[in-house]
Design a protein around this ligand. Structure first.
Ligand code: NDP
Length: 248
């Protein structure tokens, strides 16, 4: 039974795609949810209104996930408003795909800073309030590309594989304080971005998925809700693929 009443959550990159579904699902299960975004203030404000209209509580901040000091500011503001931080979902992520021979150092640095350094920034800032409460769950959204690699995505794959090593180290350091840290590794998930692919490409991708079609953002969000809840209280340092069997 997933029950998130009374839990205070923060999701990075919650204005669109998988992050938006996570924000909505956590709120539907009863949590108060704060979330960040990079640029899309309109959709972020809309999402806050939608959650409030459903009787929930939400708050949003424009905050570049790669900004170390901003992470501390966002988490301090959330704790000041709601009293504690119980769940952190590191979801913000980008791609800058290119073959290694053509990849620029800017492509490399931007992806590593946005996808991986962000996880350090927010997980470090979350540690103190979670230790004070002797309770916390951190969920890091990686990718099956972090497990198997992908031509043209060396920067992205390195960032997503790096998240796994970071998560396991964090889980070992903080398990004695009742703070858990887990990785969710989605396969191919239908989002606004992937929805723009033409049918032929979609058919090719679907042919490689044993379950025959891409996943939905809600599939990922329900797993995150489970890992956020006390129903998963003995799971830490785990990597859970959610990919219709694609990477098995
Ligand atoms: P989207 O591009 O649809 O959404 C990305 C979200 O992250 C947006 O809310 C965006 O905000 C935010 N964001 C981007 N850059 C930053 C930043 N520097 N600081 C703060 N927020 C930022 O992505 P998806 O929903 O597809 O992906 C979400 C996560 O899931 C990513 O980590 C991705 O790697 C991972 N993933 C996705 C898969 C898929 O098939 N879609 C598969 C496997 C993993 P804004 O709207 O302001 O730009």
């Amino acid at each position: 039974m997933i029950e998130l009443n009374g839990k205070n959550c923060l999701v990075t990159g919650g204005s669109r795609g998988i992050g938006k579904s996570i924000v909505k699902t956590l709120a539907e299960f009863g949590a108060r949810v704060g979330f960040t975004y990079a640029r899309s203030s309109g959709p972020a404000e809309e999402l806050v209104k939608e959650i409030e209209a459903g009787g929930g509580e939400a708050i949003t901040w424009q905050a570049d996930a790669a900004d170390f000091e901003k992470a501390d500011e966002v988490i301090s503001a959330l704790v000041e408003k709601w009293g504690s931080l119980d769940v952190l979902v590191n979801n913000a992520g980008i791609t800058r795909d290119n073959l290694i021979l053509r990849m620029t150092d800017d492509d490399w640095d931007t992806v590593i800073e946005t996808n991986l350094k962000s996880v350090f920034n927010y997980s470090k800032a979350a540690a103190r309030p979670m230790m004070r409460n002797r309770n916390g769950s951190i969920i890091n959204i990686s990718s099956v590309v972090g497990l198997g690699g992908n031509a043209g995505q060396s920067n992205y794959a390195a960032s997503k594989a790096g998240m796994i090593g970071f998560t396991k180290s964090y889980a070992k350091e903080l398990a004695s304080r009742n703070i858990r840290a887990n990785v969710v590794a989605p396969g191919y998930i239908r989002t606004e971005m992937t929805g723009q692919l033409d049918q032929k490409v979609l058919d090719q991708i679907s042919a490689e998925i044993p379950m025959g079609e891409p996943g939905e953002t809600e599939d990922v969000a329900r797993l995150v809700a489970y890992l956020s809840s006390d129903a998963s209280s003995y799971i830490t340092g785990e990597v859970i693929r959610i990919d219709g069997g694609m990477a098995m």
